[in-house]
Each structure stands twice: as structure tokens, then as C-alpha cells.
Design a binder for this molecule. Structure first.
Ligand code: ADP
Ligand code: G3P
Length: 505
């Protein structure tokens, strides 16, 4: 899709961008106006399936049904019809893997979610064969069950006849973006964008294409793979019951990369942290794919006009999810937001540390065998201390990956821009600034994931003129400055690392 160079959107213009944000726990649709403001939102949670310890699945049809429902509802709430939608942006939980039949469109197995650990053995086998360095140098990733490649291998092994059908071109693989795009285009488009492709273990991030050697090592036929397109300028016309023709998907990116774009971290050295189910720090490294020596991932930040920009990423598996566990597992809060008041009722965690390694540990440890622990309990420990330790654990994990990032990139962060559901928590963000020793900055719109997808789509169709125009829309809501000494922070980080050592497998 070519960019309309001379297009000058007028603020009163009634056209909008529709962003579809398919997250780990809910499907959301958001309508944005030309000022980058949210006009309407609709959100629906869907079922989390835990068929065995360490396994996490979603029903792809439920993902589609909830996403389909919320996009109609968001437009209805905005009082608009499809003719007002200038373009659609899609952003998604990454790595989650769906394999479906090209003929019937039916998934052959539930979606295996990014948090799922069932392929630890496949990863171990590849490590034992000495292949980690090859995968790392080509794909920028590590051999961990987190990434899609071994999940595809598992499905092709476990579903009867799947390998032969994959080789015969009868099956399609996709991350959630591809699955939604397939549904939205009535099976006419089987495509993904470069950011999502870069999370599969199958993609050479330097060449920007699928890698036959990596595919061969995992026994995955090329025939199952989607075409890889730009993140901005995706150009997939919608063909879907209830939607008039003319609507186009013009932007697609994995949710963390979309948040980086939505936070206008568009220059090397700018970083953001998103606190959703997991916690993800991404640092823009420009046109250089910086390899990590400290347990981070190298990933594609976005592809525009055929050119890839790169980021370093620290992926923390459990962030807001630990708050959900206090709510649903322990029952010590009724709503996620209540954690702040409870945790603020004590001055500190009273020596308690909670390591939320519920699905192992991601960056920088990459320990699939680690499991959650609470240390330092005494007769004086209350639910408030545990709540405080849980919030500190989120901040400490983000601190670990941010420090690894500074070491890899050979630079100091100047500030950290934050977003995601748990970024609403002031105590969490103050703790984050204290531990990191840099200002933590929260923008007016925390929904930067959806905003980033909207920007990628809107830039492609000329709804926004250029990056300068969207950068001018970013506004700070609050800044949290460090309020403890580096010595005090280091003491807390050292105590945390002792607890982490005890949680590891
Ligand atoms: N005030 C809060 N304090 C701490 N955590 C919160 C708060 N509000 C929401 N959360 C957590 O944020 C997460 C939801 O964030 P969201 O960005 O919607 O996640 P996702 O996109 O992964 O589904 C949940 O895990 C929830 O427990
Ligand atoms: O759904 P979120 O916001 O927790 O994001 C999930 C990530 O994309 C997984 O890599």
C-alpha cells in the first residue's frame, strides 16, 4: 500500500483507525481518532486452559469469536459504521501457535500458548546436539519452549498424520495474527508480519526470511508457513460476514513491538516496559541486530518499506499474572487494582520474597525447571507483606532484564516508558524507579499496544502523515523518580537474587 504523501488529515475528520489487540487473557478492539485518542473500547476475556501442569492452551475459535464480537461492539460504541474505518491494525500475543487445515479452516489442535512448557524436552535435545548457537545467531532467539518452533514440532508429532499433511501443503501454521487475518479474509490471506515471524525460531532476522536450515532441524515443511509482510503496509482486504468490502488490514505487529512503536521509542536507545500478563522490556537498537551476551533476545522491532528495525528484548513470563494469582489462587484481593492499597499498608515486604516462576523463568535466566517460591515467612507475615513482595517481584524481574540490556547495548537507560494493565499501579512504578535508578515515565494512554498497531496501520494509508506527527501526540501523564540510594537498591537486588537462586531447578 503506497503512502499518500500529501494527505493532511483534518482533526475534525470523522474517519478512525480500528485496532484489534488480541492479548493473552482478553481480546480487545479500540477505535482511535486522528489525535491518537481512544474513541471507544470493547474487551472480552476468554478461557485459559491448563490441561496438564506446565501446559497452557487457548481455543482458536474462541479467540476468533471474542475478537470478532469486540470489533463490532467497539464501532457500535463509537457510533460509527465500517465506512468510517480508514484502516485496521492487528496486534497480538506473540509465539502462541495454531495449526489449521487449509481446506476446512479448522484448527487441528488447540492453540499452544507462549507460556506453555511442554516442549522443554525438544529444546533440551536440540541443546544437547549443540545447536543453540546456530539458532541464536540466525533467529536471535534461544532454545526455549516459549518460542513457536518447538510448539509446531510438537503438534506435527502428536496429531495423527499431521506431518504428512503438512508436507503435502494441506496444513497452515500461524501465530495469532495470521490466524485472525485468515479468518478476516475468508482464508484468502495466509500471512504474518516480520515481528511475529521473528518469534518463531524459524526466521533469519538478518536476511529477513524463513531459514531452510532451521526449518530442516525442526522438520517443519516450508509449505505450512505464512508469507511475511511489512508491519506497516500489510494490505489485506477484509472479507468477512457482516463487514462491508473496502476495509483493509494495513498494520500488523506482535504486541510488544506494537507497544514500542506506540510509545514512540523510534530511535536507538529508547526503551519501554509493558506490564501485562507477562512483562516485556524492549530497547530500540535501530538498523543493528545487537546480539545478547546476557540472556536477552534479539528481535525485529518492525518492518516498514521493506526495511527491518531491531530491538533487544527481555521477556519476563509472569508480571500482572502474579497479581491475578493473589486474586484467583490465594484470594487475598478481589480485584487486581486492590493490590496497591493492600501492599501500601506496610512499609516494606518484611523480608518476604516471592519468586513467581510459575512457568519457569524467562529472561535473563531461561530456566524451564524453576518453580515459584515464597521465602522469609515469619509469624508476623501478613497478606500485605505477600502483596508487597509480589509487586516488588514484578519490578525486580524488569530490573534484571533492563540491567542485562544496558550491559548488552553498552549504554545506560535515560528513562523507561511504561504501559500495560499493571502500569496503572503507582506503587509498582515507584518501586521500579527506585530499583532501576532511572525515571519511569507513564504516558496518558497506557493502551500503547493498540495505539502502536493503529499507528502502523494509519501511517500506511496516510491517515497520519509521518512519524513526527504521531510523536507529537505522545504525552506524559506522570513521572516516577528514584527515591532511594543505589546502595539500598543493590541490597534489595542482591536479596532478590538469593531468592531466585532458591527457585531455580
Ligand atoms: N492496578 C493494578 N495493579 C497491578 N496489576 C494490575 C492492575 N490492574 C491490572 N493488573 C494486571 O494487569 C494484567 C492485565 O494487563 P493487560 O495489559 O490487559 O494484559 P494482557 O494484554 O496480557 O492480557 C493482569 O494480569 C492484571 O492482574
Ligand atoms: O498478552 P501479553 O500482553 O501478556 O503479551 C504476551 C507476549 O506477546 C508474549 O510474548
Amino acid at each position: 500500500m503506497s503512502r499518500a504523501q500529501n494527505y493532511q488529515p483534518h482533526p475534525s475528520e470523522s474517519k478512525v483507525i480500528l485496532a484489534l489487540d488480541q492479548g493473552t487473557t482478553s481480546s480487545r478492539a479500540m477505535v482511535f481518532n486522528a489525535s491518537g485518542e481512544i474513541v471507544a473500547v470493547s474487551q472480552e476475556e476468554f478461557t485459559q486452559l491448563y490441561p496438564q501442569p506446565g501446559w497452557v492452551e487457548h481455543d482458536p475459535e474462541e479467540i476468533w469469536a471474542t475478537q470478532n464480537a469486540v470489533m463490532g461492539r467497539a464501532l457500535l460504541r463509537a457510533g460509527l459504521d465500517w465506512s468510517k474505518v480508514a484502516a485496521i491494525g492487528v496486534t497480538n500475543q506473540r509465539e502462541t501457535t495454531v495449526v489449521w487445515d487449509r481446506e476446512t479452516g479448522q484448527p487441528i489442535y488447540p492453540a499452544i500458548v507462549w507460556q506453555d512448557r511442554r516442549t522443554a524436552d525438544i529444546c533440551q535435545r536440540l541443546q544437547d546436539e549443540g545447536l543453540e548457537e546456530l539458532f541464536r545467531s540466525r533467529s536471535g532467539l534461544l532454545l526455549d519452549p516459549y518460542l513457536s518452533g518447538t510448539k509446531i514440532r510438537w503438534i506435527l508429532d502428536q496429531v495423527t498424520g499431521a506431518q504428512q499433511r503438512a508436507e503435502a501443503g494441506e496444513l497452515a501454521f500461524g501465530t495469532i495474527d495470521s490466524w485472525l487475518i485468515w479468518k478476516l479474509t475468508a482464508g484468502r490471506v495466509h500471512a504474518t508480519d516480520a515481528t511475529n515471524a521473528s518469534r518463531t525460531l524459524l526466521f533469519d532476522i538478518h536476511k529477513g526470511d524463513w531459514d531452510d536450515e532451521l526449518l530442516g532441524l525442526l522438520g517443519i515443511p516450508r509449505a505450512v508457513l505464512p508469507e511475511v509482510r511489512d508491519s506497516s503496509g500489510f494490505a489485506a482486504p477484509i472479507s468477512c460476514p457482516g463487514i462491508p468490502s473496502g476495509a483493509v488490514i494495513a498494520g500488523v505487529a506482535g504486541d510488544q513491538q506494537a507497544a514500542l512503536f506506540g510509545q514512540i521509542c523510534n530511535r536507538p536507545g529508547l526503551a519501554k516496559a509493558t506490564y501485562g500478563t507477562g512483562g516485556f522490556v524492549l530497547l530500540n537498537t535501530g538498523s543493528t541486530a545487537v546480539p545478547s551476551a546476557n540472556g536477552l533476545l534479539t528481535t525485529i522491532a518492525w518492518r516498514r518499506d521493506g526495511k527491518d528495525q531491531y530491538a533487544l528484548e527481555g521477556s519476563v513470563f509472569i508480571a500482572g499474572a502474579v497479581v491475578q494469582w493473589l486474586r484467583d489462587g490465594l484470594g487475598i484481593i478481589r480485584k487486581s487494582a486492590e493490590i496497591e492499597e493492600l501492599a501500601s499498608s506496610v512499609p516494606d515486604s518484611g523480608g518476604v520474597h516471592l519468586v513467581p516462576a510459575f512457568v519457569g523463568l524467562g529472561a535473563p535466566w531461561w530456566d524451564a525447571q524453576a518453580r515459584g517460591i515464597i521465602t522469609g515467612l515469619t509469624r508476623g507475615t501478613s497478606s500485605a507483606h505477600i502483596a508487597r513482595a509480589a509487586l516488588e517481584a514484578i519490578a525486580l524481574q524488569i530490573c534484571d532484564v533492563a540491567q542485562a540490556m544496558e550491559a548488552d547495548a553498552g549504554m545506560q537507560l535515560e528513562e523507561l516508558r511504561v504501559d500495560g494493565g499493571a502500569a496503572a499501579n503507582d506503587l509498582l512504578l515507584q518501586t521500579q524507579a527506585d530499583l532501576l535508578g532511572v525515571p519511569v515515565v507513564r504516558p496518558q494512554t497506557y493502551e500503547t499496544t493498540a495505539l502502536g498497531a493503529a499507528y502502523l496501520a494509519g501511517l500506511a494509508v496516510g491517515f497520519w502523515r509521518d512519524e513526527e506527527q504521531i510523536a507529537a501526540q505522545w504525552q506524559m501523564e506522570r513521572r516516577f523518580d528514584p527515591a532511594i540510594t543505589r546502595g539500598q537498591a543493590q541490597q534489595r537486588i542482591d536479596d532478590w537474587h538469593r531468592a531466585v537462586a532458591r527457585a531455580r531447578g
